[in-house]
Design a protein around this ligand. Structure first.
Ligand SMILES: *Cc1c(COP(=O)(O)O)cnc(C)c1O
Ligand SMILES: [Zn+2]
Length: 411
């Protein structure tokens, strides 16, 4: 059972029935990314605060009726995605001079990134629609999470990765038994090859942007965040941005809650990009359409020169009176260490970029000391230890002798 009424094209605004089989708007083609439209007046009858108070399902499927999945029996068999912890910062808030800083650690998901929220929905939709193979192209996390979630559900996965993908993520793919095609080219070229292969061999398409169901999975991060904050909306929520699907999902979650009357205002969304690859920030600053940019950052998960979900991402910030901001690679590395040392959370570079954006926004006076701030850590640092090592120094080295140890410790 779900409450899907149909789809609306983010480009031309045309509406379609719920039984539409195309991934994107038939009138606009592949760029006509669809947004799922729900019947909130019906959904309201089931989805109330009481419904959640009595709900014992501690995974993202507690919000299953708010997504597009229909076969409930499948949901019991998936990996356990979601219901990741929200921490009130113990030390970091003080350090940043923020009274309330909430950190949602989505690196705790089964394949260690927020992408699991989208992948598990994609896998369920593929099985609902009787596909036996699912495919995506990705800079890493979408791929590794698809491979893991597909393996669990007995679905074959074909994955296209650009050859810069970090070893941790590549290893995950191979461990989960996906067919991995490493393409000697940019993410853009990798994406195009996968699109061609998908239409040639008729696989289910889990590509970012193209598949509207993915954002409906990703939005559960916001649904959880707000429920875990006891329905008290923060002033800001920060998230890192590559293709724009995650921030689009973050927005959609808040939007659903607003439509259902479960919250009475939206948080401002802070979209954070790496300085070396920031097409959204540039487009926003110059008030112009997005232009393809270089992919020059060590935060591989947000190194996207040609974002696939521009409309949803731009609207997320615009409709919440939020802001766009960039962070340098040095600041990202600093933030990795800062988060690790103050809160015991290890994020990958793109995983902590949202937090680095919060630091930057505080320095710029955009975020004020009295404001309540939420930040989403989108991926775990163990996926990319080479960059982790860049963020920290060397260990203390000693001979196995107490006198040497004493010398080092008193220095
Ligand atoms: C994919 C990803 C993002 C950004 O999501 P987009 O939908 O590409 O904007 C951020 N952080 C991590 C760790 C990711 O894997
Ligand atoms: Zn259209």
């Amino acid at each position: 059972m779900n409450y899907v009424m149909g789809y609306r094209c983010t480009l031309c605004g045309k509406e379609y029935e719920a039984n539409l089989m195309d991934y994107t708007c038939p009138a606009c083609g592949p760029k006509g990314i669809l947004d799922v439209v729900y019947d909130y007046s019906q959904m309201k009858k089931q989805i109330t605060r009481e419904y959640f108070r009595d709900n014992k399902n501690f995974s993202m499927w507690r919000y299953g009726p708010m997504t597009t999945v229909v076969q409930n029996s499948l949901l019991e068999r998936t990996l356990r995605v979601g219901w990741t912890p929200v921490y009130l910062a113990n030390q970091l808030g003080q350090k940043l001079n923020l009274k309330e800083l909430y950190i949602k650690d989505d690196g705790i998901n089964p394949t260690s990134s927020l992408k699991d929220r989208a992948s598990v929905v994609a896998v369920v939709k593929a099985i609902e629609n009787k596909f036996d193979t699912i495919c995506c192209s990705s800079t890493g996390n979408a791929a590794s999470s698809l491979a893991g979630n597909a393996a669990r559900m007995g679905l074959k996965a074909v994955i296209f990765v650009p050859d810069r993908a970090p070893a941790g993520k590549l290893t995950q793919l191979l461990i989960y038994g996906a067919k991995v095609i490493s393409v000697a080219g940019s993410y853009q070229q990798t994406f195009e090859l996968s699109a061609e292969a998908i239409s040639r061999w008729g696989w289910y398409n889990r590509n970012a942007g193209i598949n509207a169901h993915l954002v409906e999975g990703k939005k559960t991060v916001s649904l959880e965040f707000i429920e875990q904050l006891n329905w008290e909306v923060p002033d800001w929520v920060a998230v890192s941005v590559g293709d724009g699907c995650t921030i689009g999902g973050v927005y959609k979650g808040f939007y659903d809650l607003l439509m259902l009357g479960l919250i009475d205002r939206m948080p401002k969304i802070l979209g954070v990009q790496a300085e070396g690859c920031c097409p959204f920030v540039t487009a926003h600053r110059e008030n112009k359409p997005l232009v393809p940019t270089e992919e020059n950052t060590l935060a591989d998960s947000i190194a996207v020169g040609v974002p696939r979900n521009p409309v949803k991402a731009l609207e997320a910030v615009k409709n919440t009176q939020g802001e766009w901001i960039t962070v340098s690679d040095d600041k990202i590395l600093e933030t990795m260490k800062l988060l690790g040392t103050t809160e015991g959370i290890f994020g990958e570079p793109a995983g902590v970029a949202g937090l680095a954006g919060v630091v930057e926004a505080i320095n710029k006076g955009l975020i004020k000391a009295h404001e309540r701030v939420g930040v989403i850590i989108t991926g775990n640092g163990l996926k990319d230890i080479n960059n982790g090592l860049k963020a920290v120094g060397e260990p203390l080295r000693v001979e196995p002798e107490i006198s040497q140890l004493e010398q080092i410790l008193t220095n």
